[in-house]
Design a protein around this ligand. Structure first.
Ligand code: PLP
Length: 401
């Protein structure tokens, strides 16, 4: 039975992670994965997360019963207020719904299924380039057509705003458009508020449905509230939309699968209908979401002192990322590496889209053991004060070769 299908090429990051694992060089640098690392190249358990876990355990709050299909009420209401702001008009008018999901991936997945199965949407648009699982998530939800809108201007190493607007202006009405709200993966380039206003107005004019994806809240500006501004702007503009929210990166809860899908509708009376469909979709996939991560998130979001401590943790990660960006740029400028390296510090979030040719990226890997994705996406959190010199010299060499 299992020999009756052709194996596919493994996804790129999995292949490269295996390659780096088998690379015996002491000089190797892992800039591949999408997770934060400390100066010691280790994953970081946020002190506020550890403290909350201990507190929950000591309080006896670690029962392991099945939760609700749509997740804990405490988590869902905290996630909604945190995303839209406590004073949000949409919350006051009771026209929002948040569903606890298996990370932002789970939110995208059940959101896409709802749009396909309940609203009959068939066509979706993704940025070119985008996160590697976006397309698979929508296709597996039953969407029939996938298109890309231009996003990256390789020559100027910034957003291709003209290309984006041109492609979206040709999109069929009722298409779903996935928009990353901040710290875009993989380019690190986000639209300015003026550009967001243009995108929103085009979306409204062409009846396009916004599916917002916020995987890196806090990593773009260092301020979790400021990073949610785009989502709040869509509420203020009267849009109906979905937003996938991740607590994987900003809480360091990657494997716990803590995320949320928030739906903003224009009519409160639609919410019970959405709930009944969502129960079928979520229940039919995984029955109930996991407990541990969401308990930690809900406890922190609902406790002002823990919340402040968490904000400081996010800022710590942000500051280290900025220091690594600045350090890399400075070294390339000192080496007088041909080209402009301003984009290293103007891009935001955990990723730097370095803008080298595929052959130069391969050279970095084969000759200098510096591993990035083939499109040049580097996880800046993989840089440390001890490997910065090696990475800068390697880029310098790759550019000159
Ligand atoms: N969206 C984007 C743009 C991402 O980069 C990622 C993860 O890397 C996700 C969604 C999924 O996040 P989560 O780990 O919360 O499922």
């Amino acid at each position: 039975v299992f020999s009756s299908f052709e194996p596919r090429t493994p996804i790129e990051v999995a292949g490269l992670l295996a390659e780096i694992h088998n690379d015996p060089s002491e000089k190797k640098v892992d800039l591949l994965s999408g997770a934060y690392r400390t100066e010691e190249k280790k994953p970081w358990v946020l002190p506020v997360v550890r403290k909350t876990e201990i507190m929950l355990a000591n309080d006896g709050n670690t029962y392991h019963e099945y939760g609700h299909f749509l997740g804990s009420t405490e988590f869902n209401s905290a996630a909604t207020s945190f995303l839209l702001g406590k004073e949000s008009i949409a919350i006051k008018e009771e026209r929002t719904l948040s569903v606890q999901t298996l990370g932002a991936t789970g939110a995208l997945s059940i959101g896409a299924r709802f749009l396909r199965q309940c609203l009959g949407r068939t066509h979706f648009y993704l940025s070119d380039p985008c996160w590697e699982f976006h397309e698979a998530l929508f296709m597996q939800a039953g969407f029939v057509q996938s298109s890309r809108y231009r996003y990256w201007n390789a020559e100027k190493r910034c957003i291709d705003m003209d290309g984006l607007m041109e492609d979206l202006s040709k999109a069929e009405p009722y298409s779903v458009v996935l928009l990353q709200t901040c710290a875009h993966n993989p380019t690190g380039c986000d639209p300015t508020p003026e550009q967001w206003a243009k995108i929103a107005s085009l979306m409204r004019k062409n009846k396009l449905f916004p599916f917002l994806d916020m995987a890196y809240q806090g990593f773009a500006s260092g301020d979790i509230g400021e990073d949610a501004e785009v989502v709040r702007y869509f509420v203020d503009q009267g849009f109906e939309f979905m937003c996938a929210q991740s607590f994987s990166k900003n809480f360091g809860l990657y494997g716990q699968r803590a995320g949320s899908l928030t739906i903003v509708s224009n009519c409160a009376h639609t919410i019970p209908h959405i709930i009944s469909e969502m129960i079928l979709i979520a229940g039919g996939n995984y029955m109930v979401p996991p407990l541990h991560g969401s308990r930690i998130v809900a406890t922190v979001l609902n406790d002002p002192a823990l919340f402040q401590e968490w904000e400081r943790c996010v800022k710590t990660m942000f500051d280290r990322i900025i220091a690594m960006r600045t350090g890399l740029k400075k070294r390339l400028e000192t080496l007088k590496t041909p080209g402009s390296w301003d984009h290293i510090t103007s891009q935001r979030g955990m990723f730097c889209f370095i803008g080298l040719a595929p052959a130069q990226i391969e050279y970095l890997r084969k000759k200098h053991h510096v591993y990035t994705l083939k499109n040049g996406r580097m996880n800046v959190a993989g840089l440390t004060t001890t490997n910065l010199d090696h990475v800068a010299r390697s880029i310098h060499d790759a550019v000159l070769n």
